[in-house]
Design a protein. Structure first.
Length: 380
């Protein structure tokens, strides 16, 4: 989704853009997901984004998404979130029998093809026919959603943790919740945009998809759809002309609103203390991203960082300029480079997170509020 509040100033002078992503690491259902084995019914899954697979066993899971029938009718699925809903789970091996399993490397502990979701165990009408447990599930799905097995072929069903987002700590200082990468920045930026009135420059909010798998496709940030959106705005303002969009981008500024790794004392070895971010110290700014020698990263120029420092200091917003962990341990990227390639001045800034990409992520309420304030003053 792209949103804009048209500014008072000539749009040729550029936009103020804040962009986040709304997809999070998860398990997707395969196109042919349903099978029966040993009197259990299961869904086959294919993981989406960077996960530690072993973290997804033995936790409550919910199913969200859509099933689109051939006639175009769309069925929305949301099950596992209400207290009265059933949940689902992926089983793990009991420790009593796990001697061999525990000797494996963590990346092989649970294999991709073992992430099978347990969804049922009762045979249809208690009849002794083949695959009667699967048949019973199909019967339930048909009654509940009006679908047949083939309809999974045109579905997008996502398995996510069924944990509620909760206040965390005796001091109520933190938030634990799934998918805070990057919904914590999507939420704060969207909330800030809703409070923007008569901005000087046109305020643009991007909520992009597919960031966790490389921003590809027509809902990912790599798509030309964003250019079309801006071009349509230029049309509606009756100012469009050849190359104007390039000039608009060249004069635009952007905050790439994405989370950063917060310092975790339990894993202190992964961080370099002078250039790491700590929870509770405000919004986190990454001048650059990337892996190894900053490869694949987006690097904000010093002039733009100076502007952002000035803006945050003048508005008493706490921030820290940091890196994502130690050099050569790994790294990552965001959608920043895509807008930077169009000529936009972009810097990454967002909320520091503990346990990023795990089923339950931790943030500080102070940082969430600081991010909201930063996004609000940037647009104002
Ligand atoms: Mn992210
Ligand atoms: Mn991520």
């Amino acid at each position: 989704m792209y949103l804009a509040v048209i500014g008072k100033e000539d749009i040729k002078n550029g936009l103020n853009i804040i962009g986040s992503h709304v997809d999070s690491p998860r398990l997707d259902l395969k196109p042919n997901p349903l099978y029966e084995e040993a009197d259990f019914a299961y869904f086959k899954t294919h993981y989406y984004g960077g996960i530690k697979k072993y973290q997804w066993t033995a936790i409550p899971l919910a199913i969200h998404g859509v099933i689109v029938k051939k006639n175009g009718k769309k069925v929305t699925v949301r099950i596992g979130e209400e207290n009265s809903d059933p949940i689902f789970t992926i089983t793990d091996l009991l420790p009593h029998l796990a001697t061999k399993q525990m000797e494996k490397k963590a990346k092989d502990l649970v294999e991709g093809e073992s992430l099978n979701l347990l969804i049922g165990s009762i045979p249809y009408n208690n009849k002794e026919i083949s695959e009667s447990v699967k048949l019973n599930i199909l019967n339930i799905l048909n009654q509940k959603y009006g679908i047949t097995e083939e309809d999974f072929l045109s579905s997008e069903l996502e398995i996510v943790p069924a944990f509620k987002a909760k206040t965390m700590g005796f001091d109520w200082s933190m938030v634990a919740g799934y998918g805070q990468d990057d919904k914590v920045c999507a939420y704060t930026s969207l909330t800030a945009l809703m409070n923007v009135q008569n901005p000087k420059k046109t305020a643009v909010c991007i909520l992009s998809d597919k960031e966790e798998i490389g921003s590809m496709g027509n809902t990912g940030m790599e798509t030309q759809m964003f250019d079309l959106f801006i071009s349509k705005i230029l049309d509606k303002l009756n100012v469009n002309k050849p190359n104007l969009i390039n000039e608009v981008f060249a004069n635009s500024k952007m905050l790439s609103a994405d989370v950063n790794a917060g310092f975790d004392p339990n894993y202190a070895d992964a961080f370099e203390r002078n250039n790491t971010d700590y929870l509770g110290r405000g919004i986190s700014i990454n001048k650059y991203t990337g892996t190894r020698g900053k490869s694949g990263g987006s690097d904000a120029n010093a002039e733009y960082i100076a502007e952002i420092r000035k803006l945050l200091d003048e508005n008493d917003i706490s921030y820290k300029i940091a890196e994502l962990g130690k050099v050569d341990l790994g790294g990552g990227g965001t959608i920043a480079y895509i807008l930077a390639n169009k000529g936009v001045d972009v810097v990454d800034c967002g909320v520091p997170v503990l346990s990023m990409h795990a089923p339950y992520e931790v943030t500080s309420k102070y940082d969430v509020y600081s991010a909201y304030k930063a996004y609000e003053v940037f647009w104002r």
